[in-house]
Design a protein. Structure first.
Length: 698
């Protein structure tokens, strides 16, 4: 299956928030989903752009007719002090009004039909109800009982609705279009190396094993492995890494990232849905379709508001026509205004626009949200539990100290050089730590001969004419090498000692320990400042665990924890009434990630398909946990603001539209102004959500 097929998305032409990976009908309004075109330089956000363009076109086509109906209205003529009268005036207004009603109202009729077919009456049903009531009343006034009609009110109402939806969809497209922009990071073509020549081929036709040339300044077309060349690659849009990442032979590269200063030959390693970008898009899409608890509350409120609007309209008409008679025209006008102003669109947009922006903002910072409920819960956390190895530490051994035997008269650097010359032939992580330290100190590693491994103990080899042994105490005992008593540092009890002997003489000890990440201490400090406690899980002894815990400022340390027991430690904290997040690598931490209120998989890199986590962090950076909680809090703040506005607007607008201020102040909200207020309310919640884009998570 091609990349285009794998990454095809579908959206509702009326609601840009609805994004699916399969064709079907909109769960909100029932309309058929349309494909979103992505991946080419001329592509557009088809479904959303199509509906947006349709509203714009209908607005401008009906606008001259609306102005004509307005001018022919007797009320308008009376207010402005002019008079136009001709034979058949009533029929002319009827035909023009009918054209506006049918052509301008068509998109609302279609959407209302979908809402009713799904038994989910909402905004479009209310709009259709309001303009149909006005149109029906006007027909009756034209043909059944002579009197004033509501043609100009209905016409201006439709015109305002078309304008409001056009502007609103432009705003919403700005909030939800980032997903399509992410897909368009993939260039449409690649430079394929074929039979010794370079030919341009469509990216979606590349297969595993193909080799492509990526020139400086070009985007990498697909995931692969560097086979030739060196360069720096900008991966910020994919992994959230702000700095360019050096790439050389053997390194992996991600499709959509930007090659900067060198030419690379890349062998394709993943295609279609297996690529990192496809997985990221899938997670963002799932996050946008998932609902936080607060959105479910808003949905219920929006559905109730429909019936409140109908009731407000009916009560307004009854009151002003029967109880406080102001005439049929006045009563119908107030009723239509009450129905229109109560349309629940702002309430329906309040949360989805925020979640859409949150998911894309998170992705840009290397935070992939799988379920919005997890992010919603993150703001309430009491405890953040970290797995030590590979999360707070690098999972790599680093040299902490070298102590030489003075009698052997070998310097610390020479001990490292000789040990590394032996261990460079070993695949053990401790040996790798010694070799890395020599590179860091710019110490040259010598060639070794007669390498001999002692499993579980160490190794020996001939280096520069010397017989060198590198290993644990058991190796030196087996080789009958006497060890001199040397003064051990205080940190020795938390480190792993590696003994070095040269020509049968004990030369010294190299101490190594799991390297603590530079960001870990700052992450723990910031979490504490945010009001949370931290815990660490490790299989190390209590001595080692306590030293690491004290150095980082961890509140609770769990030592001697087997992988299968991690979940029990999470449960223990939960039994204490704590809301707990678990941060781990997503492999042997899967049960504890699932048990925690919020599971955070860290260091996924380009393999983002972590099933057990609510949130996936692309980088091995504990500070991204802080960013995640910050994002949760900022997201909740925007949701609360939008809900407060949407509900507060209705609390004040519905009574005013129903005419409560008319007896005392003479204030009356006409239908067209009610429509403007309703549309403005929707645009306001979208624009407020858009402010989230500018938020910094640091």
């Amino acid at each position: 299956m091609t990349r285009g097929e794998e990454m095809r998305m579908y959206t509702c032409p009326m609601d840009p928030d609805v994004i699916r990976d399969m064709p079907g009908t909109c769960p909100k309004c029932g309309m058929n989903l349309v494909p979103m075109k992505t991946g080419g330089k001329n592509d557009v956000h088809a479904g959303h752009g199509g509906a947006e363009e349709d509203f714009r076109r209908r607005f401008f086509i009906t606008l001259p007719l609306v102005l004509l109906v307005t001018i022919l209205s007797s009320n308008i003529q009376q207010w402005l002090g002019f008079h136009i009268a001709f034979s058949g005036e009533g029929l002319a207004v009827f035909f023009i009004g009918t054209l506006i009603y049918l052509y301008g109202g068509l998109p609302f009729f279609k959407a209302a039909k979908g809402e009713l077919s799904h038994k989910n009456p909402a905004m479009m049903t209310l709009v259709t109800f309001a303009i149909t009531v006005a149109y029906g009343f006007s027909i009756a006034a034209t043909f059944l009982f002579p009197g004033q009609s509501l043609y100009w009110e209905m016409s201006t109402l439709i015109s305002v609705f078309l304008l409001g939806h056009w502007l609103e969809m432009r705003a919403v497209r700005g909030a939800t279009g980032a997903l399509a922009e992410l897909v368009k990071l993939i260039p449409p073509s690649a430079h394929l190396v074929k039979d010794g020549t370079i030919v341009d081929m469509e990216t979606e036709k590349l297969t595993i094993g193909d080799r492509v040339i990526v020139k400086p300044g070009e985007k990498i077309p697909i995931d692969g492995i560097v086979k030739d060349g060196e360069s720096s690659v900008e991966e910020s849009m994919i992994t959230g890494e702000s700095r360019p990442v050096p790439k050389k032979v053997g390194n992996t590269v991600v499709g959509g990232s930007l090659n900067q200063d060198g030419s690379l030959t890349v062998e394709v390693s993943k295609t279609g849905a297996d690529t990192a970008l496809a997985q990221i898009v899938k997670l963002i899409r799932e996050a946008q379709s998932s609902k936080p608890n607060v959105q479910r509350l808003a949905d219920r409120a929006a559905s109730v508001l429909f019936y409140i609007a109908v009731a407000a309209g009916a009560f307004s008409f009854i009151f002003w026509y029967f109880l406080s008679p102001e005439g049929a025209i006045f009563a119908a006008t107030v009723a239509v205004a009450a129905v229109v102003v109560a349309c629940p669109h702002a309430l329906g947009l309040a949360i989805p626009t925020v979640t859409s922006i949150t998911s894309t903002l998170g992705a840009k910072n290397g935070i992939l949200i799988k379920d919005m409920k997890g992010l919603e819960m993150a703001r309430k956390l009491d405890y953040v539990v970290f797995d030590k190895t590979g999360t707070l530490t690098k999972g790599e051994f680093g040299v902490t100290e070298v102590i030489s035997n003075g009698e052997a008269r070998i310097s610390d650097d020479d001990i490292l050089k000789l040990a590394a010359s032996v261990d460079v032939l070993s695949e053990h992580s401790i040996g790798k730590g010694i070799v890395d330290e020599t590179k860091r100190r710019n110490i040259a590693v010598l060639g070794a001969k007669n390498f001999l491994s002692y499993p579980g103990k160490g190794a020996t080899a001939a280096v520069d004419g010397k017989n060198v042994a590198v290993g644990n105490q058991k190796l030196l005992e087996e080789l009958k090498i006497a060890m001199k008593e040397i003064e051990m540092p205080a940190e020795a009890k938390t480190s792993t000692p590696v003994y070095v002997a040269v020509d049968g003489v004990f030369a010294g000890v190299i101490f190594l320990a799991d390297i603590i990440r530079d960001e870990s201490k700052e992450a723990i400090r910031k979490l504490r400042a945010m009001g949370m406690k931290t815990a660490m899980l490790t299989g190390d002894t209590e001595d080692v665990a306590d030293v690491v815990g004290r150095e980082l400022g961890i509140d609770t340390v769990f030592a001697h924890v087997l992988p299968e027991d991690k979940v029990n430690k999470v449960k223990e904290l939960q039994r204490g009434g704590n809301i707990v997040a678990m941060v781990g690598d997503g492999v042997n931490d899967a049960p504890s990630l699932t048990q925690a209120h919020v599971g955070i998989a860290i260091g996924a890199g380009t393999d983002v398909a972590v099933e057990s986590a609510d949130i996936v962090l692309m980088k091995n950076d504990p500070l991204d946990v802080v960013k995640t909680i910050t994002l949760s809090r900022k997201t909740n703040k925007k949701m609360v603001q939008n809900l407060a506005w949407a509900t507060g607007y209705n609390v004040f607008a519905i009574p005013i539209a129903a005419g409560v201020l008319y007896p005392s102040l003479g204030v009356l909200l006409r239908p067209e102004w009610a429509a403007l207020l309703m549309s403005a309310s929707s645009v306001i919640v979208v624009m407020n959500a858009l402010l989230l884009r500018k938020q910094k998570l640091d």
